[in-house]
Design a protein around this ligand. Structure first.
Ligand SMILES: Nc1ncnc2c1ncn2[C@@H]1O[C@H](COP(=O)(O)OP(=O)(O)O)[C@@H](O)[C@H]1O
Ligand SMILES: [Mg+2]
Length: 376
């Protein structure tokens, strides 16, 4: 049995599909991140799970029970919102104990459990203060404690960390992960920040335009993206535009805007595009290496090996432990990232050869569907 099951759920506002025929199962005890750009339907999906919106079509189940038409208070779940929505005039203890009061739990037990929950989020000692006396990060913890105290079957978190600065955000990500581990709490966490999703998630569900595009463990979605949107959304990359010019025994060869032919291995032969079809190839900056070259002629050095190309370094950008290099291959620019190495400094204007492992590239057909590593 799934903790949450969404079955062909659609939410329409007028003729606009904010969520479009979305099906998803969240496992018991799982931390699932819903990731997607602003406006793609993440909050609407959460609100339908929590009962704040009714789907136009489809069904919502929590812990095996259909709850599609039930109001929020009859559902075994709790939502932490982006703005935390604390009661400004109540103390921290009263804020946290509020849900128990609604459940008719007596005062002594309420206070004791609120104290325990505050300890879990490392806020013991703040019981008598008011929300505005606390920092953003502390208020965020109060909101979390207020949801955790009612021991919901499912905890929904809608961008709860997006108002925090970078360092605090990372601290809270680790803490959320710890709490999840400690409680085995089923959590659905919404974010538009891919690094947050990678830090937290057991599985990531990627949304675009109201649709759930792909669901999988972080390395699966990163290394085997369903389509070009997923590849682009999960991290910076170089997209080469090309056209298939040859079919080989283990894939295809494309002529590309990099100024050279590129080998594209294809695991599932049936998915391979035919000669003349256009393709788009993603070369992630971390999947390329460079070696220094003494030959200035780009075509002569690397141009024919189909997994290397010559170029000249335009810009070197130091980013702490990593260096990003912008390289001009003569027909276009490409960027790569490598560990900073003081013994092997690359300089601007230097001639280099860029190499990559063909097995690490992913490519997309004219419909933007991935065809290199796809298993069907
Ligand atoms: N009550 C509403 N009425 C009309 N349009 C809405 C309403 N709520 C959300 N939308 C629209 O639905 C889309 C998805 O919104 P939302 O789920 O809030 O996106 P996200 O949380 O991913 O940023 C947006 O284009 C938004 O403008
Ligand atoms: Mg939202």
């Amino acid at each position: 049995m799934s903790a949450i099951e969404l079955e062909d759920v659609t939410k329409r506002y007028g003729s606009f599909n904010a969520v479009d025929d979305l099906s998803l199962q969240v496992k018991e005890g799982e931390l699932l991140c819903v990731l997607g750009p602003s406006g793609c339907g993440k909050s609407t999906t959460m609100r339908m799970i929590g009962g704040l919106e009714r789907p136009t079509e489809g069904g919502v189940h929590i812990a095996g029970q259909e709850v599609t038409q039930q109001p929020p208070y009859e559902r075994d779940c709790s939502i932490v919102f982006q703005d935390w929505a604390l009661f400004p005039h109540k103390t921290i203890l009263e804020n946290v104990a509020f849900g128990l009061k609604m459940d008719g739990i007596d005062k002594t037990e309420r206070k004791e459990r609120a104290r325990e929950t505050l300890e879990m989020v490392q806020l013991d000692g703040f019981e008598d203060q008011k929300p505005k006396e606390l920092s953003g990060g502390q208020q965020q913890r109060v909101a979390l404690a207020r949801s955790l105290i009612i021991e919901p079957h499912v905890l929904l978190l809608d961008e709860p960390l997006s108002n925090l600065d970078k360092r605090l955000k990372e601290e809270m990500q680790i803490e959320l992960k710890e709490i999840h581990k400690e409680l085995d709490q089923t959590m659905v966490h919404v974010t538009h920040d891919q690094s947050e999703a990678f830090t937290l998630a057991d599985r990531i569900g990627i949304m675009n335009n109201g649709e759930l595009v792909q669901v999988g463990a972080p390395p699966d979605v990163y290394n085997n993206p369903e389509n070009q949107f997923v590849e682009e959304f999960l991290g910076d990359t170089n997209f080469l535009e090309g056209k298939v010019v040859e079919t080989t025994s283990d894939g295809v060869v494309a002529e590309t805007d990099l100024g050279c032919h590129v080998d594209i291995p294809v695991k599932n032969r049936k998915a391979a595009p035919s000669r003349g079809e256009s393709v788009s190839i993603s070369l992630r900056p971390e999947n390329m290496r460079i070696r220094q070259s003494k030959i200035h002629n780009i075509k002569a050095d690397g141009g024919d090996s189909r997994c290397a190309v010559g170029g000249q370094v335009d810009n070197v950008i130091y980013r702490g432990s990593m260096t990003r290099l912008y390289i001009n291959t003569g027909s276009r620019k490409i960027f790569i990232e490598q560990q900073y190495d003081p013994d092997n400094e690359i300089e601007e204007q230097q001639d280099v050869v860029i190499q990559w492992d063909p097995e690490r590239l992913v490519a997309f057909d004219g419909e933007e569907t991935q065809f290199t590593a796809f298993e069907k």
